[in-house]
Design a binder for this molecule. Sequence first.
Ligand code: PEP
Length: 262
Amino acid sequence: MRKPIIIGNWKMNTNLSDAVVLTTDIKNHIGSLDIDVVLCPPSIYIYPVAEIVDRGPKNLEVGAQNIWFAEKGAMTGEISATMLKGLAKYVILGHSERRSHFAESDTLVNDKIQTALKNNLTPIVCVGEIKKMTESKNRGRPTKIDLRSDIFTQLKNTLKNINRIDAEKLIIAYEPVWAIGTGNAATGAYASDVIEKLRDIIAKKYNKSLSERIRILYGGSVDSENVREYIYQPEIDGVLVGGSSLKSKEFIRICKEAAGRE
Ligand code: PEP
């Protein structure tokens, strides 16, 4: 059984007091839920957030939004995996905003995954197609999944040289670029069909049983109103939430829905 996981990506939002209030609110409401919850604040707030999370329930953890692939050195403005020791257990890698605004390639993302794994950080690896696939009119599923789509290339490239034992530690976030921050979320059926194909690729590279154990999430304009669309899809193991993770009530509702408690 794959345990649902809800991840909040705060991006370049919040100030110190917002970060403290948001974390405290979430910490006080999710302890009884049978799901994992990860908060990914801007790097400057990881320390205060981690201090609050340390005093919180076991199912609440901290994630970073990015790392550089080297462990130290002349990289002004970057943070490394070693710096996150004792502060964060997860790191988002390959987010589409990093790929588009900072020109991050699959190779760089792969290097970062290797470094994260070496430093016991769980990589949350984002992949997603830029252009929406053609959808059937009535059921909101892709009419045909194009296996040459950028998303499948991304997955294959980011898994390069990652052995079976390490692959099992990854979390994959399926985040169609056209759905991120647009209010134009994919339907649960669409996301589920693509995720099924991602599992096929993982099964081909490793084996079926590993592909069934790895957690794959959906992300892209998820809120408390549409989250049910995803969590009842057997292929989808949770959600990566951007905008809606910045309001504690909204994020807590998403967590409760995912735990079947709302
Ligand atoms: C994201 O940035 O990973 C994301 C899913 O954003 P939003 O929920 O705002 O679409």
